[in-house]
Design a protein around this ligand. Structure first.
Ligand code: FAD
Ligand code: FES
Length: 277
C-alpha cells in the first residue's frame, strides 16, 4: 500500500488514549478509522498535521517522532477555541486529520555534527521528535546535549521521558527551573544560566532552539556570542494556518509560506523574514 497524504478532506481518527502532561497540556493518542490509511500514515520528524475538532475548527499541530503500533499522538496546549474544544473530548471521540505537511528537520545536512537542543517550556514538544531521531541514529552525530528550562518543576514537559533521557550514556542533559520548590534538587535559574555551567561545543555544531520569544532571543544571543553561526541554528515557526498546502496565504511571513517552506528554518533565514519571532 502506498504512503498516505491527506490534503483536502480530513480523515477521521479516533482518540484511543489521553495522557495529562502538565497543566493545560495533554497528549492525545489517535488511530485512523480508515484501515487503508491506518498503518500507512508516514511522516518526517518536524512535519505537522492539521487537526479538526468538529464544530470548533482546525489547528496546526506537530507530529511525534514516528507512528507507534500504527497509531500516532499529538501533544496540545489548551490556548484558544479549537484546542479548548479538543481538551474537552474523551477517549472514543473523533477528530479529523489532514497532512503530513511542511519540510521537516534537515537530518542529512547535519550528519557528523554535535547537536545542542535548547528548549523552553512547551518548546520541547516540537523538538522532542528531533531528539528521538538523533538518539535513534546516535552514531551519525557527535556530542548530543539538551538544555531545557521551565518556569517550575511542575511545568517540565514529558517528565517520564526526561528521566529516561538522563540515563542515556552520552546524552548530556541539563535541566533548570526559574522557580524551585523544596523538593527540587536541580538547577534554579533561567535557561541562559546553564550556558555558564555547560561546556558548549562550537566547532562543527548545530543548535535546535524552541521556546517563548524572550527565551528564544536570549538563547540565540548566547549561542552566537559563543561562535555558533546563524545557519547552524535551527528552529520551527508557528503561524496561524488554514489550508496547510500553500494556497491561502494565511501563514505568509514576507515571501515565505510557513506551511510549505517551513515550519523548520535556520536562524539565518528567520532573520531575513523581517518579523519578530
Ligand atoms: C507548524 C505548527 C506546529 C504546531 N504544533 C503545536 C503543538 O505540537 N502543540 C500545540 O499545542 N500547539 C501547536 N501549534 C500551535 C497551534 O496551532 C495554535 O496554538 C493554534 O492557533 C491553536 O488554535 P486555537 O483555536 O485553540 O487557538 P487560537 O484561538 O488560534 O489562539 C491561538 C493564539 O491566540 C492567542 N490566544 C488565544 N487565546 C489566548 C489565551 N486565552 N491566552 C493567551 N493567548 C491567547 C495567542 O496568541 C495564541 O497563540 C503549532 C502551530 C504550527 C504552525
Ligand atoms: S496555511 Fe494556507 S498558505 Fe500556508
Amino acid at each position: 500500500m502506498s504512503e498516505q497524504k491527506i490534503v483536502t478532506v480530513p480523515e477521521i481518527a479516533t482518540i484511543e488514549e489521553i495522557k495529562d502532561e502538565i497543566v493545560d497540556v495533554k497528549t492525545f493518542y489517535l488511530r485512523f478509522d480508515n484501515k487503508e490509511i491506518d498503518g500507512n500514515f508516514t511522516f518526517k520528524s518536524g512535519q505537522f498535521i492539521m487537526c479538526t475538532v468538529f464544530g470548533a475548527g482546525e489547528f496546526a499541530v506537530s507530529l511525534p517522532p514516528s507512528p507507534e503500533n500504527d497509531r500516532f499522538h499529538i501533544t496540545v496546549r489548551r490556548i484558544g477555541k479549537v484546542t479548548n474544544a479538543l481538551h474537552d473530548l474523551q477517549v472514543g471521540d473523533k477528530v479529523g486529520i489532514r497532512g503530513p505537511f511542511g519540510n521537516g528537520f534537515p537530518f542529512e545536512e547535519i550528519k557528523g555534527k554535535n547537536v545542542i537542543y535548547v528548549a523552553g517550556g512547551i518548546g520541547l514538544i516540537p523538538l522532542r521528535s528531533s531528539i528521538v531521531h538523533v538518539l535513534q541514529h546516535r552514531n551519525d552525530f557527535g556530542r548530543i546535549l539538551l538544555l531545557y528550562g521551565s518556569r517550575s518543576p511542575q511545568d517540565l514537559m514529558y517528565q517520564y521521558m526526561l528521566e529516561q533521557w538522563q540515563k542515556i550514556e552520552g546524552f548530556e542533559t541539563f535541566i533548570t527551573v526559574d522557580n524551585g520548590t523544596p523538593e527540587w534538587k536541580g538547577n534554579v535559574g533561567i535557561i541562559t544560566t546553564l550556558f555558564d555551567k555547560v561546556e558548549i561545543p562550537v566547532e562543527n555544531t548545530v543548535a535546535f532552539v524552541c521556546g517563548p520569544p524572550v527565551m528564544f532571543n536570549a538563547v540565540i544571543k548566547e549561542l552566537m556570542q559563543r561562535g555558533i553561526k546563524d545557519d547552524m541554528i535551527i528552529s520551527t515557526l508557528e503561524r496561524h494556518m488554514k489550508c496547510g498546502v500553500g494556497k491561502c496565504q494565511h501563514c505568509a511571513i514576507g515571501r515565505t509560506l510557513v506551511c510549505t517552506d517551513g515550519p523548520v528554518y535556520t536562524y539565518r533565514q528567520i532573520k531575513t523574514l523581517g518579523e519578530q519571532i
